[in-house]
Design a protein around this ligand. Structure first.
Ligand code: HEC
Length: 129
């Protein structure tokens, strides 16, 4: 009986300890998630603009530029030394460069410009998230 209780206690301590270590690791480097949340915010603002049919060219350009510059933070902050990951991040940068250059001024042209961007987000998430 006593041995069984001790084993249970040991397990509980192990579980608590593991979750604390995981939390500490996540807290030590908040940047990867911060970068993704920033991308998510700007992509969300653009989606919202399309949904409400309020596609102001200047606002669109601002969010596209923020997406583009934030996408350059992915590789240095994630520290994943995998060619596939770097390629996926580069792919996103390329699609965003093209979206910025297209300078969409209508909801329809924004939707066209964002399609390859969304695909670039998705294809990396499928493999690495
Ligand atoms: C090169 C790979 C890559 C690309 C490209 C990428 N992501 Fe991510 N994303 C990840 C990974 C890996 C995670 C999981 C991060 C984690 O859990 O620590 C993630 C997680 C997220 C999350 C959830 C954050 C959380 O708290 O778990 C959001 C939101 C997100 N990405 C948005 C985007 C958007 C929007 C784009 C495109 C504009 C994008 N991502 C492009 C790799 C990528």
């Amino acid at each position: 009986m006593r041995a069984a209780l001790l084993i249970l206690l040991g397990l509980a301590i192990g579980v608590i300890g593991t979750s604390q270590v995981m939390n500490a690791l996540a807290a030590r480097n908040p940047m990867p998630k911060a970068v993704m949340h920033t991308l998510g915010y700007h992509a969300g603002e653009l989606k919202q603009a399309m949904k409400s049919q309020q596609c102001d060219a200047a606002k669109i350009q601002l969010h596209l530029l923020r997406l583009q510059s934030t996408s350059t933070d992915i590789v240095p902050t994630f520290g994943i030394a995998d060619q596939g990951f770097t390629d996926a991040a580069n792919k996103l940068q390329t699609t965003l460069q093209q979206a910025v250059a297209a300078a969409p001024a209508t909801c329809a042209s924004l939707a066209t410009a964002l399609k390859p961007v969304g695909e670039a987000c998705q294809s990396c998430h499928q493999k690495y998230r």
